[in-house]
Design a protein around this ligand. Sequence first.
Ligand code: ADP
Ligand code: MG
Length: 355
Amino acid sequence: MSKIKKNKWLRWGSVSIMCIGMLFVMCSCDKKENKKNKLVKEYTRDVFAMDTYMTLKVYSDDGKKAESTLDESVREIEKLDDMFSVGNDQSEVSILNESGSEFVSKDFLKVIKRAEEISKDTDGAFDITIFPLMEEWGFVNKNYKVLSDSEIKKILEYVDYRKVDIDENEDFVSIDENSKIDLGGIVKGYASDSVMEIIKKNNIENAVISLGGNVACIGKNKDNKLWKVAIKDPDNVDEYLGSVEVSNKSVITSGGYERYFEKDGKKYHHILDPKTGRPSESGVISVTIISNDGLFADALSTSLFVMGKEKAENYWRKHSKEFDYILKTDSGEVILSEGVENNFSSDYEYVVVKK
Ligand code: ADP
Ligand code: MG
């Protein structure tokens, strides 16, 4: 059952606020001494990739190790960008979309396989074949256009994740004619998982990375406390909906305010409902997913946005061990799943969904 709570808002004053994309990670970033009394410093890298600004921060007493970890992370992000960018006709996804069938790389196979499973599991709220719609609405080339019902009907014939065939043993993917793949709703989550792996492999214990709205936190902040990730208020992006405290988790948000165009006073955003072929109007205006699995969290932030609050609640009940969520609706409700309740602070009243 649900209950209503009201918490006191955070004390922002004592921490420095670092603005990255649509989330704000709050951390104190000066030097500290580690257990062996060596000086731990912050090492930062800013990257523009996957159409968004990214910031990577690692904390270490070994500058060389920190810098080489950051180098390796940036190379990984650039590699994945080259692989999954639908705007680049030389990317692996574009080559597959063009030819209809290809042998694919291991990374590509991993992402498309999970994306297909999630498409199935969300009953098509997430759909890897969304590309023809994204393209016609103009989100790929920024040639925005409001589509008519008949145009949408025609394109919808090609939007169906069942039109993709993945042969895992052969690393081979084929797509029906006219259907095309877009993994933009999942790839930043995969990239954040890959970077987290690189950081851990290099024995760096504390780090925070933000790939646009996708934040992943390792270890603790310099005060040895959980990382605090603040979530933008979709009704007023200069304000916060609240914040969540985490360690070793991804916090990933999808909001209609992230990318949209306006025509005749109406806003059209980039999260499309594969059933209607239009920008999703489920009543949900932002979803944050908290999970150990960044790829899953990224796909689900898009999926729950499309599902709407009731279906999102039911979906969470089936997967409550794998993720938690915080969402806001167009009528101003803030709803969160019980697993995140103790780590969430907000000025808003909110409803907690129980198992
Ligand atoms: P952002 O990319 O802004 O962080 P999301 O993670 O919600 O936001 O992903 C939105 C992207 O996902 C779109 O740009 C598009 O590439 C893709 N997309 C949009 N709608 C869907 C959908 N219903 N299913 C799968 N992918 C989608
Ligand atoms: Mg997403």
